[in-house]
Design a binder for this molecule. Structure first.
Ligand code: DGY
Length: 325
């Protein structure tokens, strides 16, 4: 079998690069930053496959420049960075890395919730700054998580994994999505409600929906107005699902109590004023960032490329209609 020529747009865990290098000739962008559009266009030319990241915008221009490339293997479960219809039209397969990061991402959503509810990041800053002068009855009063109502937007794999942990805190689970999901209800005891009811009645709201035209700004000014003043919003999905300027307003005015964010509307930029607020915990899109999970993501991305190289349908191909035996 001829070795494929593969471009990797950024460094990923070494075991994945080693596996790829065993079977293919590879070039890796080792500059430690996202390639500019002109650099990406130049680097992908003449490759059999490209292993790309969610920070690479794979639009029609890039796909057209990749004539002859059989597959773009995205190192992420999300694929809103890739124009799939365009890839399909051009006969290029696209794959992602579902499954392996489900529980890791769900754990991070819980970490953010606890951080905001119990003011962990805020009080950590206070303590480091030398402001701690002794135990105080009113110092950093937060919110209990136990016995509260958890509202989950998006009952897919990650939403389910997140919800499954709620009974450990004796929480009631509400969820919303396109349609009721009986498996979700069976595994979590969750109750399907519409978005409005979920926002009005939940103490905490966690977003687990992909970014689609219909989920862009799903949560904005009107929705913050429906939420409890004590509510906490968690977002580990994609930034543009939340209108970030409206979020800053709601957090400043006390319309909601706090937010835990791993993703941002204009990532890596933050909306004006967000970083000045104490009632938010802000993380740099690290929900899947454990050594195990990021390694598995790399191995899955590579396995998709290797399958394509062998003439097989890549296991996580998002547009299988392009596949030709
Ligand atoms: C994804 O995979 O889509 C996450 O956002 C990063 O792991």
């Amino acid at each position: 079998m001829t070795r494929w020529n593969v471009y990797v747009t950024n460094e990923i865990p070494q075991p994945a690069l080693d596996l790829l290098a065993e079977h293919c000739d590879i070039e890796v962008n080792r500059e430690g930053r996202v390639l500019s559009k002109p650099a990406l266009l130049e680097k992908i030319r003449g490759r059999d496959a490209v292993l790309c990241l969610l920070t690479d915008l794979i639009d029609t221009e890039v796909l057209k420049a990749a004539a002859g490339t059989k597959i773009f293997a995205n190192y992420a479960v999300g694929f809103n960075n890739i124009d799939i219809p365009s890839a399909t039209e051009l006969g290029i397969m696209i794959s992602n890395t579902p499954g392996v990061l489900t529980d890791t991402t769900a754990e991070m959503a819980w970490a953010l919730l606890f951080s905001v509810a119990r003011r962990v990041a805020e009080s950590d800053r206070y303590t480091r700054e030398g402001k701690f002068e002794g135990w105080g009855p009113l110092l950093f009063l937060g919110q209990d998580v136990m016995n509260k109502t958890m509202g989950i937007i998006g009952a897919g794999r990650i939403g389910l994994s997140f919800a499954k942990r709620a009974p450990a805190f004796a929480m009631k689970v509400l969820y919303t999505g396109r349609a009721p999901n009986l498996q979700f209800e069976k595994e979590t005891g969750g109750q399907f409600v519409n978005l409005e009811t979920l926002l009005k009645t939940s103490d905490f709201v966690s977003i687990h929906t992909p970014l689609l035209p219909e989920t862009f700004h799903l949560i904005g000014e009107k929705e913050f107005g429906l939420m409890k003043k004590t509510a906490i919003l968690i977002n580990t999905s994609r930034g543009p699902v939340v209108d970030e300027l409206a979020l800053v307003k709601a957090l400043k005015s006390g319309e909601i109590w706090g937010a835990g964010l791993d993703v941002y509307e204009w990532e890596p930029k933050l909306a004006e004023g967000l970083s000045k607020l104490d009632n938010v915990t802000l993380c740099p899109h690290i929900a899947s960032a454990t050594i195990d999970t990021r390694t598995k993501m790399g191995l899955i991305a590579v396995s998709n490329i290797l399958a394509a190289m062998k003439g097989e349908l890549p296991p996580n191909c998002l547009n299988p209609e392009v596949y030709k035996k």
